[in-house]
Structure formats: structure tokens, C-alpha cells
Design a protein around this ligand. Sequence first.
Ligand code: NG1
Ligand code: MG
Length: 482
Amino acid sequence: MIPTLHTIKDVYADASAHEARYAGILNKFQSLYGRKPEFVTRAPGRVNIIGDHIDYSYYSVLPMAIENDFVIAVATTDDHKVSLANLDPRFSGCTFEMPQHGDVEIDAVNMVWSNYFKCGVVVANRYMREKTPGFRPKGMQIVVHGNVPAGGGLSSSAAFVVSATLAVLRSNGYDKVDKKLLVKLSTTCEQLIGVNSGGMDQSASVFGEKDHALFVSFRPELDVKPMQFAQTTPFVLIIANSLLEVHKHDSAPECYNLRVVEVTLAAKLLEKRLGITIPQDGLLSAGTLRGVMECFSGKEASIANLKAMLPQVEKYLDPEGYTSARIASELGISESELEAKYFTEFPVRFSKLKLYQRAKHVYEEALRVLEFVSIMGDNSPDTLQKLGEYMNASHKSSQTLFDNSHEAVDEIVEIARSAGSLGSRVTGAGWGGCTVHLVPSNKAEAVKKALREQYYAKRYPNAPEDALIESVAGSGTVLLEF
Ligand code: NG1
Ligand code: MG
């Protein structure tokens, strides 16, 4: 169940640092609507420690919630009107009506911040209509504020849609919301605005726990295990934002959505070559690389079963890449069928599909996550060093196999390692955004200093204070009633 709290004291490590922000939200609410909010929803962003671009192949990942979050203050009305205001003056407000029938309209071509809220409305409304046919949600008066850097790989969007979905449910009498249900509903949100996303971010946001990383598994069903690191060698996780903002819905056809198509087609081709039939499953309705592994080497996503897939990738997928014509002919379908099935619902642009590289990344990254998790609690003097090596190998794979790094991101990674980071990698979707670094505590100052002098001073002399933070694992999504 999503907990209901009555103070922010249990939400943040240092609640006093957040008091002014909450006061600002409540003041704005009072001045706009002449009343107090009935409740507040709050959902955090996340940093992914290891395991990127494998959630949509249903392999386990290791993120943790961070303290930056998305806060939504709400009072309900009986007129079905929604008034949306943002405490941040850069984002202007808007109004719309809760529909009597069908979904609220979202203009995914002209992306505005309020679209993310509307995504929450759509998924919550569909759910409530399933429970109560003909249901029409109440109106809402709203003030929001988010402080997760946008387009930075820390899941500002997931924090927003989780918070929004919960706010709509709570407004309509759903005050005991199951955590898994909230993950399930909010995971479909960004698909409404053209990003064919996996479920890592929403899981981390909902299930976040102070001082814990989260081992998130998607099969056979969603499961989140809070994990702790051995503290033999004290360390910190540093998040350094490259400040290259990536707008996933704009870049999706060449980046995110293309990767989803590539891993799907890699699975299709392996299925054909191995002579197996993989079950069609959920998000990737054509089947996944995990599905291939389950049929070929064994049901469980174990180290052995994953390792057994690597020679198959070598044997059956071509590092040269595939044109549309070639993959169509290898799959034994026409190009128009290929187009209709894989390139239409979420449009993509490419010259060659890199099926070999993407599949190799997925299986190896899934392996690294398992190996990382299996030693993270070991009280041995070289644990931290080994964990760092997995993170470095993960970054290498982003550079060479998955093509989701960026030259500026690589520069940050190099600077941090030279100054004492044991493991440095791009985190989240990539192509810019944030990096995460595993740094022994006695090297933290040196790493931060090196990044300030060698990266930010050169590229972004006016970088915001929070471009470089030591991050703590924060708590998950909550409802607040003051
Ligand atoms: P971010 O970093 O929020 O863009 C995206 C996906 C995740 C996951 C990572 C890569 C969304 C909402 N999130 O995260 O599901 O696939 O990329 O590991 O699209
Ligand atoms: Mg996002």
C-alpha cells in the first residue's frame, strides 16, 4: 500500500531543507484557489546504479530512488474541471475537463509539461472505468512542483506520472493504492506520448527505500528487493549531470524507441534461427530476448542461462547490421509487413539495425546486474573495486554496443575515474543526461573538484549547484495529508 504520512519528516533525510518548498506550494495553492489542498502526492526520481536498457527485455535492474521528486498538491471539485498550476514560473498553467467518455486528449506533437499529468489522468481513468463503468472523475485544483532535472536520466518523467496517477486515484476515493498497481498503471503512461518505455523508473519511484538500492525484477511478476551495500570501505555515489538535456519523445525514433525495436527484432531473428517459439508477452508483444533465453536455455534468468545465450548471439547475429530489406528476408516476411508490425505504432528512423550489438549488450548487462548484486553485500576488502569494474564494463557496453553514450558523458566518466572513482557510467536512457560514480569516501572531494574544474568550468561555467551531487537513497512514493 502507498503509505499516507502527516509530516514530511519521514520523507527526507533532512526535512528542514524542504520546508520552504512545501510552504511555497501551499501558499501558491491558497492564493490561487482560496483554500487548502486536501492532500499531496510525492514521487521521487531515481538513479540507476547498473542495468540499463534491459528492463524492456524484462531483465532485472538495480536503481535506487533519490530525494529529488515531484510533488502535487490537490483539492477536489464537483465540476469535473482540472486547473493545473506549477510553482515554477517557467511553466504556465492550464485547464481542461475530465471527459465524460473516452480519454482526455493529449497532443503528443506539441509536448508541454501538462501532458505528463494528462497521462496520469488517462491511465487512472481507464482503471476506474473498468471498476465502475460510466465513471467520470472529479475536478481537481492543483499546484505541482518538481525538482528532478528534466531530460537528465534521473526519471523526472516517471516521478511526474507516478505522482499524477496517484493524485487522480486519490481524488476519486482510492485512498489505499497498491504499490504494484501504481507501477503497472504509471508504466503505461509514457507510451501514450510516444515512448515505448520499460518499468524500471516507475518501480524505483514507487518502491524507493531510504538507504537501499532496489533489485527490481519484472518476471514472473514485478518484485522489488531492497538491497544494502557492505560498508567495509565507506563510499558515496556521485551523480554528475552532463547538462546535455535529452528529450526522449523527440529523439525516440533514432534512440529509445529504435532500441526497443532492435532488441525485439534480435529476439525474432534468434527465435527463427534457433527454431523455437517465444511467447508473445506484454509490452513487447512480439517477444523478448528474455523469452528467447527462457525457451533456449531455461526459464530462470540465472547467470548460467544468460551465459548460454552469448554464443548464440555470436553465431546467429551479424555485426555488420541489417537493412530493412535484409531483416525482412531473413525473417521471411515482406518489407511492408515488417514496417506495419515494428516501425509504425512507434515510428523509428535508421539506416542499419544493429541487432548483434544490442542483443549482446542486453545479455551481458543482465549478467553484470546479477553478478553485481551477488557480491554487493560481501564484506571483503576488494568488493568496492569489483563493483566498480562492473559499472565500468557497463559504460563500455553503452559506448561500443548500445550506442547510448555521448562524447561529453565519456569525458565526465574519464575525469572521474582519473580522480579516484572506482566505477563510472552513464545512467538511465543516456545519449547525454546523468552519470553515476562509485567513489570511496576519501576520494569524493577529489572527484568533485576534478569534475568542477575539468568539465563544468570549461563547458558550463554557470552550471547549477545541483549538477553535481552526492546522492543518498531516498524513500518512495507517498501520500501526504497535513
Ligand atoms: P530515463 O532515464 O528516465 O529516460 C529510460 C526508460 C527506462 C529504462 C531506461 C534505460 C522511460 C520512462 N524510462 O529511462 O524504462 O529503459 O531508459 O535503462 O522511458
Ligand atoms: Mg524519463
